[in-house]
Write a protein that binds this ligand. Structure first.
Ligand code: SF4
Length: 319
């Protein structure tokens, strides 16, 4: 893989404001907005490029099925992947796929019109999973687990029919951290949401090109690009309460100690198996004194201390 994935030579994007001949009073604000949008675009391209490169997500000749739901994340993923495709020295195809689950009020004209105007190949799969889920799940119970199981099966089948080599999903950094804490708090496992993994049916490679991207940046990008967002509450199901709680917890931590999310995310990429307790990951039986000093060795009686990012100009230290 080459460094081109992370080169960020994107041309400044035209914003709504800069498109018009703005009056003098508004020109400065429009220029500032255009500059901010340009910076954001560069950051998104760099972060997506870095993830593609680090995890070998896309290779020459790949045919990538980009799952588009009509939400800000998948719109953002498709948008950035299209930019990467234009400048990549390798050739790969993108095909946008949407599953219309026949939820009441789903505006089924929005996505086809948007994708047609983009000029990207696309496929809309229509399957009335909504009726099945409604029939099977008792009133008032969460429908999400059956709904997503059905959706997964359909998307795998579509991936086979379209002969794609990768399935791209729009999960971002915050989704991945939430999954990590959900697994730890409720599943008793140190396990996150991987940037690249074989699907549970063993038949597909799933990639998450937004792995390094913060949700707040996707919100801003969706506003800037004016994506035609389709609301995700059409099915009337309750949101996953546990995920919501974890999301709130992470946001509160970040508010209290700015930089904590970044630090936790970095930690997912810096695992030290010898300092955990999984006997499958580390051979504790083979541990012997080496006689060599090692900064990563046990500090015996001293508990480690950490320097947190500065808050209000003061560095925080905790034990
Ligand atoms: S929120 Fe609705 S559409 Fe989404 S997984 Fe749950 S039941 Fe399915």
């Amino acid at each position: 893989m080459n460094a081109f994935w992370t080169e960020t030579d994107a041309a400044p994007p035209a914003t709504q404001a800069s498109r018009a001949h703005a009056p003098a009073a508004g020109r400065e604000a429009a220029e500032r907005a255009a500059h901010e949008a340009h910076k954001l675009e560069k950051r998104l391209c760099r972060q997506v490029g870095q993830a593609i490169m680090d995890y070998h997500m896309i290779e020459e000749g790949d045919r990538v099925m980009v799952c588009v739901s009509g939400g800000k994340d998948s719109y953002g993923m498709l948008d950035i992947l299209l930019k990467m495709q234009q400048r990549a020295p390798i050739r790969f195809e993108l095909i946008a796929v949407n599953l219309d689950q026949k939820q009441p009020g789903f505006p089924d004209h929005i996505l086809p019109a948007y994708l047609e105007q983009l000029g990207v190949p696309f496929h809309i799969e229509t399957q009335d999973t909504y009726s099945i889920v409604k029939k099977v799940i008792p009133e008032g119970k969460t429908m999400c687990s059956l709904c997503s199981r059905l959706r997964r099966g359909i998307l795998y089948r579509v991936a086979d029919e379209l002969k794609v080599t990768k399935i791209a999903l729009g999960h971002h950094r915050d989704d991945m951290l939430q999954t990590f804490f959900l697994n730890m708090f409720f599943g008793g496992k140190l396990k996150g949401m991987p940037p690249k993994l074989v699907s549970d049916d063993g038949g597909h490679v799933v990639i998450r090109p937004l792995a390094n991207v913060a949700e707040k940046d996707l919100v801003r990008w969706a506003e800037h690009r004016e994506f035609p967002i389709i609301p995700c509450t059409l099915c009337g199901s309750q949101e996953n309460l546990q995920r919501k709680q974890i999301g709130n917890m992470l946001r509160d931590w970040e508010k209290q100690y700015p930089g904590r999310i970044e630090s936790m995310f970095t930690a997912l990429q810096n695992v030290v198996p010898s300092h955990l307790m999984d006997t499958q990951l580390h051979d504790f039986e083979a541990v012997r004194a080496t006689g060599m000093a090692d900064a990563d060795g046990d500090t015996a009686f001293d508990l480690e201390s950490f320097t947190l990012p500065t808050v209000g100009g003061f560095p925080m230290r905790i034990l």
